[in-house]
Design a protein around this ligand. Structure first.
Ligand code: SAH
Length: 358
């Protein structure tokens, strides 16, 4: 019932959005000729509604890497303000233990703490606590600011593809008196602007799914980690394949392909694939976990949160890519329920001696 209501609201938002003038983000530095900034020419008279466009555009073919990168930046430039207005500074799933908890922002903060606890094996790290942190795919920097507050004396550097997010991350750091400890910049996770062995915590929370070249991504995470440093990767994965199973089913592939269009994602991999890549890079103490059941109530909460006037108006202002993202929430729910999407946690250590012998 509520899902029907959401679709109705989205439809209304889509139509009004299609008819209202573009609202370019002040910080976007993309040229106006970018294909992502082109406006819908829909009108009431005959041309498809934005909603139909959202649905149709989900079945188009995969994007090139360059298009993907441009699209990710554009998507987060346009949608991050709406997300922050409704959900605050963390752009990731929450920790739902117990499962009926209703403070969703606290659930997101708890997820960071619980992931750290899971990786390090303790909440109280004392002198073992990380001093230098890189937040790979940082959003508006919620994790970085939380981590530097948690570990006295630590500093964090975050990277994102979105100029809006980097700027907003720095603004929030200033507001929270953390400018000297947390900073954010636009940079590519596949070619990070950091020297080898720079960080004793390499943190990537729900950004790995955006990376088109997973081996290069893992190679970069390992490169910037200090010897003895910890890598924590929390990311959307597809289920592990069974022994001898060559690929996902066609039906599963179709769900993921539609999500890819909406959220600017490339081909997915499994947690097992990440573990293999880390082994190849010589990582040690590799551990993995599936927390799909822990985050399960999240998408229903997001959908519910969009059922209010403020969210719908925000959607209208944010434009087509955000509306399509909202539409795809239903697909995420379907993917988790079907067991094809997994919320994967992977952690490991870079060996003290550098890359191990193959
Ligand atoms: N980790 C953040 C944000 C998650 S949203 C949080 O939990 O709040 C995904 C983030 O990944 C966005 O900030 C997006 O810009 C970033 N991202 C995606 N691909 C990237 C790339 N190639 N390089 C750097 N950041 C990337």
């Amino acid at each position: 019932m509520k899902l029907c209501l959401l679709l109705l609201l989205l439809q209304a938002a889509a139509i009004v959005s299609a008819l209202s003038p573009s609202q370019p983000t002040s910080l976007s530095n993309r040229p106006t000729t970018s294909k992502h900034s082109r406006r819908s020419t829909s009108s009431l008279f005959g041309i498809r509604s934005t909603l139909a466009r959202a649905r149709d555009s989900l079945v188009n073919k995969e994007r090139s890497d360059a298009d993907l990168k441009d699209g990710i930046a554009f998507f987060y430039d346009r949608s991050s303000k709406l997300w922050e207005d409704v959900w605050g500074e963390h752009m990731h799933h929450g920790y739902y233990v117990p499962e009926d908890r209703t403070d969703h922002v606290q659930a997101q903060i708890d997820l960071i703490d619980e992931v750290l606890k899971w990786s390090y094996g303790s909440d109280n790290l004392g002198s073992r606590s990380p001093k230098t942190v890189v937040d790979v795919g940082c959003g508006i920097g919620g994790s970085s600011r939380h981590i530097v507050k948690k570990y006295p004396g630590s500093t964090a550097q975050g990277i994102t593809l979105s100029p809006y997010q980097a700027n907003r991350g720095n603004e929030l750091a200033k507001e929270q008196g953390l400018s000297d400890r947390a900073s954010f910049q636009v940079a590519d996770a596949l070619n990070m602007p950091f020297a080898d062995s720079s960080f004793d915590l390499v943190w990537s929370l729900e950004s790995g799914e955006h990376m088109p070249d997973k081996p290069k991504f893992i190679n970069e995470l390992m490169r910037v980690a200090a010897p003895g440093g910890r890598i924590i990767l929390v990311t959307w994965c597809h289920r592990d394949l069974e022994k001898g199973e060559p690929s996902l089913s066609k039906k599963e592939e179709r769900i993921l392909a539609k999500i890819n269009r909406a959220y600017y994602l490339p081909k997915w991999c499994s947690v097992a694939d990440y573990v293999e890549l880390l082994k190849k890079e010589g990582a040690v103490d590799i551990r993995r976990e599936d927390w799909s059941y822990i985050i399960a109530p999240f998408w229903k909460a997001v959908i519910k949160s969009s059922l209010n006037l403020k969210s719908v108006i925000g959607l209208m202002k944010s434009g087509f890519s955000t509306i399509r993202g909202a539409y795809a929430m239903l697909l995420m729910l379907r993917g988790f329920n079907a067991g094809v999407i997994k919320f994967g946690l992977i952690t490991c250590t870079k060996p003290e001696t550098g890359k191990a012998d193959p």
